[in-house]
Write a new protein. Sequence first.
Length: 557
Amino acid sequence: MSSSSSNHTESTRMAFNANQQRIHNMENAAIEASLACETRSIVERIRPVNTIYAYIPKQEKFKKWCIERNYPNDIVSEMKIVRYIKELFEKGMQSTVKNADGATSTTRIGYSHETLKMHIKALVDLYNKQKVEYEGMMTLKHPHGETLKNFESSLKRLCSAARESKNFVDPRIGSIQDGYNAEQLVQVADHYFGRKKKAGDALRDQMVFLLNHMMMLRGETLRDTNLNHLFSLEFKDEGATRCPVFVMMITGGKTNQEHHKLYSGVIRHKNVQTCTFGAIGFYLFHCFHVHGHTLSSVNNAFAAVGINSVKKTHSGRQAGAREAEMAGLSHDHIRRVGRWNSESMENNYLTCLPRTAIRVIQGFPEEKGCFWLPRALVTSPLSLQHWCLNMKCLVTYEVFQCEEFIAFAEELNCAINSTTAPAEVEIQRVAPEINSRISDLALQIQSLYRASGSHNTISNKIIEAISSNVVKKMEEKYNNVVVNTTASARRRGREDEEVEDEEDNPRKRYKLSHDLPNVNSLWKDWSVGLAQGKPSINSLNEEYGSKWRQDSKERKY
């Protein structure tokens, strides 16, 4: 009796535990499903707006297609996608064309490969959404399988051939001919600047157009940019005139969804008509002096000296790294001084501005020191810079009609028309060609020097061979008397040769230069020699090995 009672108690306890475990499993499953939905909602929330607007209509169109084809549900599968995209490709889409007389006509054209590819991406995204919503019901594999991949690769070739042959699509679309050239860039900028209707909008459009071109930005990047994302720096030693840099901090966008702090910069353009600085200045001038917009106050962390910085004790580390970078120090040296890894240094401490690319885009040579703007020779008076009144029209602005501005404009035009580029800029521009010719001449001299050295070596060997042969003959004939006399004479000759070698041999008299200013001078010392008549380090190594640098100081720079 007691045994059956204990068995019943044990079975009851096991049933209770099993029931409790089922409850816990259901609770855990509910929590995990909730987390999956929450994660999906976060992905939807941070997704770029343009992507959302592109996906939703395509997903709705697919759901409608599933109903028309009598599918029991709209759950995405691999073969559904293949069938749906194949029908879209064969059917094409309607396009409304406006004729020369103003009438409209409707034609059917084929889909491009990029459009069909966007449909596939939208349907794969719908599958991921359904997998979260229908947890437990989704037994199908991910739709991007082998069949869909093969279909995509063949679809690209079919779309290209069909659109070009049937729709007479211009093959230059999307090629290197697509876009505008330098002359058209000026024309577009002038169009914006000369537009009188809605002048404020025109100045804004000109600024956006030039910023997009000079910084190679996406449209959404500019739309999401605020004034607190913009600041200025200065490139040191760029040329005869100051070289300010307009910098934009990019904290979002299609390729920066993790919101890293990225930077893009621009300097004043060589052509004033396409200068981004001027476009920004005119637009901000119109905003704050025509429409009367005002800026909110800014609290500076270092109010006493006018510094705006979040960091306090750490600011010197950051400012020092950026100052070294702006002065031209390599990233490797900065990293070693600050004891950073490369990723941390670039993301948190350096400007990461490609100075060479910025110079070339703005119309200057890629070499440092060639920045030269005649229009920057004359600075506007402080009274004009601080002038601030609310006016109605940009063209009839009082500040542009006053005597101070007229005098400033005349002085600036005179400076632009009469001032030639400084000698430093011209030398820097032609220096590569001069340096190339000097290097060729030095190589020719070096080859002649080596040839003469080899001739001297051969002559010495011949003389030594003849001398040894003569000594041998004399020894045979006159025994040791003449031999001793000849040997002493040879020793005196060798001593004289060593003295001469001390005076004339380049390996004895050459000393390394330990105060070379840059890498170019170091390379010149190694390859061709620093001056005419001086050998190169490479030639000394090839001819004498390490014998010419016996001193420990000469074994390293």
